[in-house]
Design a protein around this ligand. Structure first.
Ligand code: OAD
Length: 244
């Protein structure tokens, strides 16, 4: 690991009054959460893109819920790793801190982060397709078909599916966090899925110092000031100065 680069990032973070972090599946990899474009494999011959869609849910809500039950079973025993806890530690040191995540696993919250923008929703929340009420639901497995406690309507996962718009509120919170941040840390995201894929360049154009942590080079590279190649759970604790 490049000690000089790490030291440089630590100094930037120590001076910064506004810090924003953008995370993707790679930040949870060492907790055992599979990444999307990794070797996740198929479930009963379906790909995620065939199940996490409004069309699939309209056709066969039971099938989609069975898939989510499988994912809930896999996620339930997993714990936050050193990257999650280091980011929570950083939040306590910085005056204006926002963590934007594409992950739906809820591990940032369990790792102690507070100001979190969940761009793609959360697997432990459900939303009524009739009355729109949103509730936490940690049942593993969830009873199929799950019914709304308020109106009896069918519940769906509170997740942004392929082909759906991101919630306006999350998007505006994310862009407010990117605007004027002194440092943007981009951790464990492939830089392939919009709008997260363009957030590094948005922050960079606004004057942010952009740092990326990933096990490999990504399309964010053009907007990145310092690229740290390594695993999130190793590198993030070093750059936030928690240890080392
Ligand atoms: P991807 O699976 O596309 O990318 C994961 C990234 O993490 C890759 O760039 C890996 O190189 C990197 N990575 C893997 N292990 C790592 C580690 N231990 N430390 C650091 N980096 C590591 O996941 P996302 O970018 O999160 O959307 O994918 C974005 C969105 O695409 C997801 O939120 C999902 C999917 O479609 C929805 O579900 C709406």
């Amino acid at each position: 690991m490049d000690g000089k680069a790490i030291e440089g990032v630590r100094e930037k973070l120590a001076k910064a009054e506004k810090v924003t972090v953008l995370t993707g599946a790679g930040v949870s990899a060492e907790s055992g959460v599979p990444t999307f474009r990794g070797e996740e494999g198929l479930w009963r011959n379906y790909r995620a893109e065939e199940l996490a869609t409004p069309g699939a849910f309209a056709r066969d809500p039971e099938l989609v819920w069975q898939w989510y039950n499988m994912r809930r079973e896999k996620l339930a025993p997993l714990a936050p790793n050193a990257a999650h806890t280091a980011l929570a530690w950083l939040e306590r040191k910085v005056a204006d801190f926002t963590l934007i995540t594409q992950n739906v696993d809820g591990l940032h919250k369990r790792g102690g982060s507070e100001n979190i923008v969940e761009l793609h929703g959360n697997i432990w929340r459900v939303r009524c397709t009739e009355c729109g009420v949103i509730e936490e639901n940690r049942d593993v497995p969830i009873a199929i078909p799950p019914a709304c406690g308020e109106c009896g309507g069918l519940l769906r996962p509170h997740i942004v599916w392929f082909g759906e718009m991101l919630p306006e509120e999350a998007l505006s919170a994310a862009y407010a966090a990117l605007e004027g941040c002194a440092v943007l840390l981009v951790v464990g995201t492939s830089g392939l899925v919009q709008p997260a894929a363009s957030m590094a360049s948005v922050a960079g154009r606004g004057g942010a110092y952009v740092v990326e942590v990933n096990i490999e080079k990504t399309p964010n590279a053009a907007s990145v000031d310092t690229m740290l190649v390594g695993r999130a759970a190793e590198v993030v604790p070093l750059i936030v100065g928690e240890k080392g």
